[in-house]
Design a protein around this ligand. Structure first.
Ligand code: CDT
Length: 311
């Protein structure tokens, strides 16, 4: 067993953000949790996807209206600056999801990694965008990520910062094995992810009782198969009557859940994680250099949809 390498990981789950809640009150909630994470000796705190607003892709509106109401044109900006100041003051890094409007007018579902000096060290733009772009007037709510966001153009980044190799993804990305393998091939020791997962899946037949199951089974298998810690932060509970699952977790490289939220409110969970726990798996069962056979994986990049069996 290698020498232990500790990183204090906190996940700051958020309860609902309603349409009427302003960004300032949301940032105050994030600040409270950042301080609590620091008190619990965290080096890094993970906030959810689209943390500054309600999960607005459930509502039909024009792209222009969405951009004006829900997107950030700069990061940091005066409203979120206190988070960056607190990161520097308390020497704690954070992951934060938000809707990004670029100077060129592109819209992305984005997350940033901020280090313990309060500096943005990496940006990620969500690649696997679920849902639809058309209006579904008969559905109880929409899932319009394909309307409001472009597909991310920054790959799955892994950054060496705060003593760890940290990979980023967002929500639906966590259900795809390619996401985590792209990180582990860059020697990620921890992957961080924020999510908003509606409890009712209106677009295919996954009943509410499976929503938590598929969320957890995905994260646990991905942590194990890629020998990495995974820290996942929900925004959850009932936003203006639309319920989303909680289940924020910190998963060890063994696939075991090391911490899990127990509410659907703002809640901090914490693990003093030993990054060296992944070494055993990386050196043996998942020693990639020794055991992977990429010459037999060509279909993974040649095909998008499933096709005929190979002859
Ligand atoms: N935000 C997000 O990506 N949510 C999806 C729900 C998709 S249901 C159309 C998720 O995978 O949790």
């Amino acid at each position: 067993m290698s020498q232990s390498r500790k990183l204090g990981i906190a996940v700051a789950q958020m309860g609902p953000v309603h349409l009427a809640d302003d960004r300032k009150s949301v940032v105050n909630r994030l600040l409270d949790m950042l301080r609590e994470a620091k008190e619990r000796r965290a080096n890094l705190v993970v906030f959810p996807e689209l943390a500054l607003t309600t999960f607005f892709p459930r509502y039909w509106m024009s792209e222009k209206e969405a951009a004006e109401r829900f997107f950030e044109t700069a990061m940091p900006n005066p409203t979120v600056q206190p988070l960056f100041d607190a990161a520097r003051q308390y020497e704690i890094g954070f992951y934060l999801g938000y809707a990004e409007l670029t100077r060129e007018g592109q819209r992305f579902n984005t997350s940033i990694l901020v280090d313990s000096h309060g500096e943005i060290v990496r940006k990620y733009r969500k690649i696997h965008l679920p849902g639809h772009a058309d209006h579904k007037p008969d559905a109880p709510f929409q899932h319009l990520e394909k309307k409001y966001f472009g597909v991310g153009d920054l790959g799955f980044p892994v950054t060496r910062t705060m003593g760890a190799n940290i990979g980023m993804c967002i929500c639906n990305d966590r259900r795809w094995p390619e996401t985590w393998r792209a990180m582990s091939l860059q020697s990620a020791e921890i992957g961080v992810v924020g999510y908003n997962t509606p409890s009712w899946n209106i677009h295919w037949n996954e009943p509410p009782h499976l929503r938590m199951h598929t969320h957890l089974v995905t994260l646990q298998a991905s942590a194990y198969q890629n020998a990495m810690w995974i820290a996942a932060a929900a925004k959850c509970g009932s936003e203006d009557g639309f319920h989303m699952i909680g289940g924020s977790v910190i998963v060890a490289p063994s696939g075991e859940i090391a911490a899990q939220s127990s509410t659907e409110e703002d809640e901090v969970i914490f693990v003093n994680a030993d990054l060296a726990l992944g070494d055993t798996f990386r050196e043996h069962v998942f020693n990639f250099a020794k055991h992977r056979r990429p010459e037999h994986y060509r279909l993974l990049v040649e095909r998008t949809g499933a096709g005929e069996p190979l002859p």
